[in-house]
Every structure is written in C-alpha cells, then in structure tokens.
Design a binder for this molecule. Structure first.
Ligand code: HSE
Length: 453
C-alpha cells in the first residue's frame, strides 16, 4: 500500500493537476506506468505535471508491477472522489451499475471524469453527459473506442470542419484475430476461439466480442461523434461472427474478398431529412482495400469527410499501455483546460449540448449492394435451378456461383452465390422462399459486401 502523502499544497505551488484512479486492473496499472515513466514528456508538453494522488481498488494485495509509493492506495472511492487533491477522476472498473454510480458521484462533486467504459456510455451516455454539462465538468473517453487510436479526438478536432459521410471500423481485436486465423488455417470457429482464449485475446465469456456487442458499443459513440445523432447501442442492428465456416473463407477468397467484422455508419440526406445507416456485421470487403490488410488483434477505422476525403486510423485497439496512452491523453487535455480556467467546455460528443438530435435509422431492407449467400443444399438434381429460380423471381441477379465439394451436413453441399447489386429486402424475400424448399437443408447465410470503404 502507498504512503498517505498529501501534496495538494505542493501541487498548487508546482501547478500539478491531481488525478484519482478508481480501478487498478490492467489498464489502471498501465495508466500509473505511463504517468510515471512519461512524466517528463507529459510535463514538457503541459508546462506543469500530472500527479496520481490516489488509487482506489478492492484488491490491495496483487502486485501490478508499478511503484505506488507516494500515492494514497485504499478501498475508499468516496474519499477519493471527495479529496480536494483530486481534480480529475479516472473510472476504470468497467460494467454498468457501480461505474455509473461512481461517475455520477464524481460529476456531482464537481470532478472531471475520464473513462474507458464504452458499455456504460453507449447505454447511459445521455444521462452522464447531461449531468456533466449541468455541473460544468468534462467527461472524456478516448480509450473507449479503438484503444490507443486517437479516433474520438480526431473526429472532434482534426475532422471537425467536415460533414462526415461514412465510417467503417474494425473495432474489436478479438474477432479480427479469430477471422484472420480462420482464413489462414481453415480451422473451425470454435477451435480458433479456444486458441484466442488461451492466448489471452478473448475473455472467458467472449459473448460481447464474438456477438458484435462490444463493436456496437463503440459504434454508438462514433455515431454521436460523427453525425451528432443520439443513439444507444441497442438500436444498432448487430450480428457477430459465430456462423462463419472455413468454406465461407475459401469462397470469399475466390471472389476476391476478405471477411471483417465491421462497424459501419453513414449519413444519408434525402428530401431535407438526414437518416443514419448504422450496423455491426461480418462484412466482405475487397482483398485489396486498406482495411482488408488489418490483421490479427489490430483495429482500424476509415473515416470519409466531405472536405478531407478518405482517412484511415490504425493501431492497437486494446492492451495495457495502448489503452493507457488514450486515458492519459484525456487527462492532459482536461488538465490543460483546468489550468486555463476553461474546463467543462469540451463537448463530449463533439457537438454543442442541445445539438445532438434523434435521427432515424435506415432500415436494413433499404440497403443495396452485392450479397454473398451460402446455401446448404441437398446434393441432388435440379437443386441449383430451384435456388437460382427463386433469386430470379425476386429480381436478384447472380454474378458468380460456386459449388463446394464438402458439405457441412451429410448429403448436402454448400452452394455459394455472389449477387449483382440488389436491394436487401428483395434478397431476404428470396431467401425466405429458398429456405422453405425441401432440398435446402439449413438456413442460408447472408453476408453483405461493402465495396466503397
Ligand atoms: N475486447 C475488446 C477487443 C477490447 O477485443 O477489441 C476492449 O475494447
């Protein structure tokens, strides 16, 4: 445990801004390391130091590999929030209820808050941002999307002059690792997921990652930042990667595409009304696109602005030091504003309070594009004719067809179709008819192709 050393008077003299950390896990330890190891560059950039004054965590025993001497380290979160030596509170415990309570208590006490908690903000962001606005304090959360990639700051500042037209992001490292490995090794999803868990990429309960929920949390925040649209992650159509098989990867490669779990958001203005396209789903993208080259656990987000054109942000989306890099950048931004007497004026979602609007979502049925369809068909005469016939009846034209030798079930074969551009509602109507055919033995897998990234 660290010594209880109060330095608030010294801080005033040195101009240091005091910071309190709630949650001393992997990222918390990273924050302590970056504050300590990079103290001189941080001070050179700010003109004054940042001082980690207090840490609160239930576990006071585990050695995190970081020296906590000179830091008050105990279980007292209330004391940390109330401590005048703490001007900025970092919330790194994750989860919903307790984290929400701590954040609101810190805001109520007039403290600025830095967090990496995308799950909380993607659900309760409106409440937290309104509370911060009422109190005139900042809430910053760069680490919540893309780990160490400064994507939120880039949207809020570097790209602030643009109307954002689209963004496409690989925002979950676990799933990107699994997809990259499945493509490379032709192994089944379960085998690769198990390896990801053994290597520490995937959680013991990987649901949030593999079912796309973590990416939907992140996309909800990006949609606010990019388009000023109020959205919770629950409104975003979300599909994970569990259904994909080695045959899908083999066929995708033959068609010239790669699978990526993408968070996609676009702004569409028609007849004076702006609507937002937002979805998380396994997507086929051209193998020669930049995003297709993002492998393993890395993240990347492509943003298209109407003035800047295409931009691409790439880096580590998770991990101790990359995530801490983003947390400490937020601390520095807020500390600078505190010293200038202007804190509390940074709009958390990059639009002035009151300018965030409800914007309707484009229904998936209205989307148009190419579709990759994997049918499981009985290996009998005429089956292909039934499938192509049903697609034709719904106005869906075929670009390529592949029939693979090995079936996922006995007596069945995968028949894989790449369509010409079609409206999704028509494709879905065709699939309903096809999946009702006797010689189609399992539900068809549909994956959207995204050509313009
Ligand atoms: N579980 C996330 C991922 C990292 O796999 O990318 C934290 O956002």
């Amino acid at each position: 445990m660290g010594k209880d050393v109060r330095e608030s008077d010294a801080d005033v003299l040195s101009g240091a801004v005091g910071v309190g950390l709630i949650g001393f896990g992997t990222i918390g330890a990273g924050v302590a390391k970056v504050l300590r190891d990079n103290a001189s560059v941080i001070e050179q950039r700010l003109g004054f130091p940042l001082r980690l004054a207090r840490i609160a965590d239930l576990d006071l025993e585990t050695d995190r590999g970081v020296d906590v001497s000179g830091i008050v380290f105990d279980r007292d979160t209330e004391g940390l929030i109330a401590d005048p030596a703490v001007e900025i509170v970092i919330e790194l415990i994750g989860g919903y209820d307790v984290a929400r309570r701590f954040m609101l208590a810190a805001i109520d006490a007039g403290k600025h808050v830095v967090t990496a908690n995308k799950a909380l903000l993607a659900l309760h962001g409106a409440e937290i941002f309104a509370a911060a606005d009422a109190k005139g304090v900042d809430v910053a959360f760069e680490a919540s999307v893309g780990g160490g990639i400064p994507i939120l700051r880039s949207l809020r500042e570097g790209l602030a002059a643009n109307r954002i037209e689209s963004l496409h992001g690989i925002m979950n490292g676990t799933t990107n690792y699994v997809l990259t490995e499945m493509e490379k090794t032709a192994e089944d999803f379960d085998v690769v997921l198990k390896r990801a868990q053994e290597l520490g990429y995937a959680e013991a309960d990987p649901t949030f990652d593999v079912d796309g929920i973590d990416a939907a949390h992140k996309l909800a925040l990006l949609v606010g930042m990019a388009f000023g649209a109020k959205l919770t992650y629950k409104e975003i159509p979300t599909e994970g990667i569990r259904g994909l098989t080695p045959v899908d990867f083999e066929a995708a490669e033959e068609f010239g595409y790669r699978f990526k779990l993408l968070g996609i958001a676009k702004s569409r203005s028609e007849g004076g009304e702006e609507r937002i396209e937002a979805r998380v789903q396994p997507t086929l993208i051209p193998s020669d696109s930049l995003l297709a080259k993002v492998d393993g656990a890395m993240n990347a987000i492509a943003v298209h602005g109407n003035a800047v054109g295409p931009t691409l942000f790439y880096g580590a989306g998770a991990g101790e030091l990359p995530t801490a890099s983003a947390v400490v950048a937020d601390l520095m931004e807020i500390a600078r504003e505190i010293r200038r007497g202007r804190a509390g004026r940074v709009a958390p979602l990059s639009y002035a309070p009151g300018e965030l609007r409800e914007k309707p979502l484009v229904p998936l049925g209205e989307l148009e594009g190419r579709y990759f369809l994997n049918f499981t068909a009985a290996d009998e005469p005429n089956v292909l004719a039934h499938i192509t016939g049903a697609l034709g009846e719904h106005g869906v034209s075929i670009e390529s067809v592949l029939q693979k030798r090995s079936g996922e079930e006995r007596g069945s074969v995968p028949v894989i179709v790449l369509t010409h551009p079609a409206r999704e509602a028509h494709v879905r109507a065709a699939l309903e008819a096809i999946d009702a055919l006797e010689d189609v033995t399992a539900p068809t897998r549909l994956v959207r192709v995204e050509e313009e990234l």
